[in-house]
Design a protein around this ligand. Sequence first.
Ligand code: UDP
Length: 311
Amino acid sequence: MSGAAGFIGSHFCDRLMAEGHQVLGLDNFMTGDARNLEHLGANPSFEFRQCDVCDPVAVDGPVDAVLHLASFASPKNYLEHPIETLDVGSAGTRNMLELARHKQARFLLTSTSECYGDPLVHPQVETYWGNVNPVGARSCYDESKRYAEALTMAYNRVYKLRTNIARIFNTYGPRMQLDDGRVVPAFIDQALQGKPLSVFGDGSQTRSFCYVQDLVDGLYRLVLSEERYPVNLGNPEEMTILEFAERIRRLMGAKAQLEFKPLPEDDPQKRQPDISKAKKLLGWEPRVSLEDGLRQTIEYFQAVGQEEVGR
Ligand code: UDP
């Protein structure tokens, strides 16, 4: 698995191990964190290699599945590293596909709802082709993932590789980076510190937040399926960013004020997955409520904060 030390990658490793699989995790730690895998260190079924998948990857022995999760994923990170973002979506995906081809393994690409850009169809269904600005600030991410999807389909068609493509919508949970700029860790961090919550724009833009355990369950089911076309994975409960700020305030008993900041370039106005396909095909839908998921996430960030203070 590439991106194994990342937020979603590390939870996916946990799930694979719990299902009895052997996992080789790859990560270059650009945004991944070794602490996310510390608990797997002593497990003989887990092996880790620090490497950049933009270089060719060789693995000894048989491989059943190549799971390609490596990528920058938060707007702050990909805007800081646009070229590396394009590289991992293109060269990185090619290398992981080549590995799958040589091993005759199946291949999973973790793609993104950003393929839909600032969508003109709502909620977003997999057959919608998207409304992406190819030269805007976010294009490094959107277009690299769209290219990665095209490359995955080409390997499927040319080499008959068994491939799956997950389009992941906003996901949150423990092991997110506190400072990656995304709205969930940003608001929780601000509320913990008694600072105002930074709402971008007027907060009327919408998002739908999926708890990481639900997401990983969807990924696992998808890898076991024969579906080669993209499948949306996300929680369809949609809310405005203002409503989300209100939920955080209520949950954390925080009186934090709101601080309005400029809306980032090409920030999608609406985002909500249509998950009919995943429901029908994989028997999957999210089970963890936003309240429960946020509680777990807040607890995690509180514990991390205490550890940092103790250092
Ligand atoms: N956002 C916000 N305040 C923040 C960070 C993000 O209002 O401190 C907004 C952002 O403009 C976007 C939404 O929250 O509309 C989700 O942003 P995030 O970076 O989490 O992910 P995105 O969905 O944009 O990839």
